[in-house]
Write a protein that binds this ligand. Structure first.
Ligand SMILES: Cc1cc2nc3c(=O)[nH]c(=O)nc-3n(C[C@H](O)[C@H](O)[C@H](O)COP(=O)(O)OP(=O)(O)OC[C@H]3O[C@@H](n4cnc5c(N)ncnc54)[C@H](O)[C@@H]3O)c2cc1C
Length: 320
């Protein structure tokens, strides 16, 4: 079995930033495992072509503290930036390598990759994000409606009558994108007004709503949905019923509790991982969380910052 100093699980913004921060601190060897066949799977898969990647996301202005940082740019520019980090810092990223188990052994943590124990690491950083599992609505999605329902933001245009459900930046962007591609779009949000939405997205939505291109259905909630031939029937809690060609849920993601439980990370009563202020797992010393999985409301800059904090902590607490 190969021995490494740090094993990083996930090559998204957080995992790559961990690799960069470790490299500049001469902490080696570091190996980054990525289950997809490319880096930054969340961005590659869920951001549509040309999407603006906002540095200020969900209204939270994060001051960068580490080496990795960026200003608002397109998806393609951002991915190029990440590829350049990998190249410039010569990071060892193992693609198509899913970590399934992390087991404490005498001389560190044994990392099981694609169901084979392969590496022993002194430190493990879990940076798997939260978008492997999208949040689902509280009501069931009937089998007959499944082909008309998106639980993750669609990256290609849809035609017909579309209902976007959610009130965050992703819901706003999906609604505007579909509307600009000539679909008839309604957006249903539980709250009477948007909360913590990016000002550009808010303006885009309001302009289209004013022009009658998007139907903003504020303070609406859905009771249930049903398949209706080649459409989906939506029953709103106020008694209204409506047929749509597609529903796009933009409800964010949840902490991948299954993975955390499986590797032995203790979860609190809200099922959040129990970590200290440096993102070290309380019941698994030398195991850290970085990026979305370690914070309440994640963003790319926050993911970069958590990577910096984790590597500094490893250096100060364990390697001095
Ligand atoms: C549609 C959409 C739009 C967004 N827009 C913005 C924006 O404009 N600005 C912004 O700051 N943020 C935005 N975000 C949020 C941003 O994408 C996340 O905060 C960021 O990607 C978090 O980085 P991360 O590295 O923690 O996780 P992720 O980017 O989710 O990366 C996790 C990586 O881990 C891999 N992985 C998972 N499990 C395993 C495993 N067991 N073994 C190996 N690899 C594994 C995944 O394949 C993935 O590549 C958006 C999110 C979405 C969904």
């Amino acid at each position: 079995m190969e021995k490494v100093k740090i094993a990083v699980v996930g090559a998204g913004p957080a995992g790559i930033a961990c690799g960069v921060e470790a490299k500049v601190n001469n902490i080696e060897p570091v190996v980054i495992f990525e289950k997809a066949q490319h880096i930054c799977d969340t961005i590659q898969r869920l951001y549509r072509a040309g999407k603006r990647v906002d540095a200020v996301y969900r209204g939270v202005d994060v001051e960068p503290v580490g080496i990795c940082r960026f200003d608002t740019e397109s998806k393609e520019e951002f991915l190029k930036r990440m590829e350049n980090f990998v190249k410039d810092y010569n990071l060892n990223i193992q693609l198509k390598s899913e970590v399934n188990k992390i087991t404490k052994v005498d001389d560190g943590y044994e990392i099981t990759v694609n169901w084979e124990p392969k590496y022993i690491a002194d430190f493990v950083i879990i940076a798997i994000g939260i978008f492997g599992q999208p949040n689902r609505p509280s009501y069931p999605i009937p089998k007959e409606a499944k082909s008309r329902v998106f639980l993750e933001p669609p990256t290609s245009p849809l035609s017909g009558k579309i209902l976007v459900v959610g009130g965050g930046d992703t819901a706003a962007e999906v609604a505007c994108f579909m509307c600009d591609c000539a679909a008839e779009v309604s957006l249903s949000y539980r709250r009477p007004q948007f909360f913590r939405i990016n000002p550009v997205n808010l303006q885009n939505l309001e302009e289209r709503a004013k022009a009658g291109k998007i139907n903003l259905m504020m303070a609406t909630d859905i009771e249930k949905i049903e398949g209706a031939g080649d459409k989906v029937k939506v029953y709103f809690k106020d008694g209204k019923e409506e047929l749509y060609d597609y529903i796009c849920y933009c409800l964010g993601g949840t902490s991948p509790k299954g993975f955390l439980r499986q590797v032995g990370v203790e979860l609190d009563e809200e099922e959040r991982p129990v970590i200290d202020e440096y993102f070290e797992v309380k019941n698994m010393p030398k195991v850290f969380l970085a990026g979305d999985i370690g914070v309440k409301k994640g963003s790319i800059l926050l993911a970069f910052n958590t990577a910096h904090i984790v590597i500094e902590r490893i250096k100060e607490k364990y390697l001095k």
